[in-house]
Design a protein around this ligand. Sequence first.
Ligand SMILES: Cc1ncc(COP(=O)(O)O)c(C=O)c1O
Length: 396
Amino acid sequence: MTQNLFATRASRMKASEIRELLKLLDQPGIISFAGGIPDPNLFPTEAFAQACQAALSAGPQALQYSVSEGYVPLREWLVQHMREIGVDCSVDNILITSGSQQALDYLGKLYLSPEDTALIGWPTYLGAINAFDAYEPRFDRLMLNGNRGAAEYSEAAGEGAVKFAYLSPDFANPTGETVDLRGREYLLNLADDLNIAVIEDGAYQALRYEGDAIPPVLALEQARKGSIEACRTIYCGSFSKTLSPGLRVGWVVAAKPIISQLVLVKQAADLHSPTLNQMAVEQVARAHFDTHIPLLRQTYGARRDAMLEALQQNMPDGVQWTHPQGGMFIWVTLPTGMNGADLLARALDTVKLAFVPGRAFFADGSGANTIRLSFSNSDEDTIREGIRRLGIVLRA
Ligand SMILES: Cc1ncc(COP(=O)(O)O)c(C=O)c1O
């Protein structure tokens, strides 16, 4: 065996607690709030069948190699989509990636040398931590409440440099929380002071169930600086939560020099994302995105409401939870001293309920008394029953 030959980064790679967990969920009777995945019953399956057929019938292009930047008609649709959410860009500001996860990996590769610092929230999307971690950075805690200034971040960075701040400002995974306008403006000031990039993860941006949309960080920066070419924010989008995660189609929007460099990363990694998938997504997005999103908002919004109400009815004193305005998650904080991983073991064993212990989302290993609940993939009755079971196991 040759494990002793692995690079140093290999020792930092851990099996994802979430993926390991998902393997347990096939048992009969289990209610799972674990995976943060879309409800497959809501996929526009018929539209994709027709789109794939049409793409294949149009000629061999769908099965051929194509350009690394991505399928032009899809990028043209995205120019329009980005304009609708407040960002003014051109096709040349967009790179198609295989899911936004690939964009996070590429950005880690592009920005992080060993010992450089990535600023992330405590907690943060586990997939982002894992993507960045392979490039052997340090992580420091991004705080948007003014408690830490640029000088403190620079000082904490030690031998490396602070390179970027990563955040998911709308309905974050795992907390469901949204960064308000003030927080976004604060972040831009901090990024200017530190001269770092901002990686804005918009994975859940379209899934808002209440309140008014807040402009993306990239839109706010563009309003300040006039042009996307002057912006340090890199926006990562995804069709995974809206149309289909299995097709693995995401995108990056940024200033052209950043996109050009990411294209080189992509050429070295996988040449381009699958042509047929991009063609199918373009057709389905063009014909159905605007009618499909309201359906998702209505369905997931009702599930969120059901979970919030059930939590209100079933949680014992001392348990707190977030009130997400969108997305797929509610974040629960248990009384200090309780352990989410122990609770999961007990919940699986005694009431057949699954969720994700929160500690995995903290780069510093804290957060043991937290859990993440996903409401996207269960109907309202199942949600009410699952939260009833959570109440039972918490009281025990
Ligand atoms: C916050 C966030 N970003 C990015 C991703 C990656 O999604 P994808 O690669 O499917 O676009 C996820 C998936 O769960 C996520 O929750």
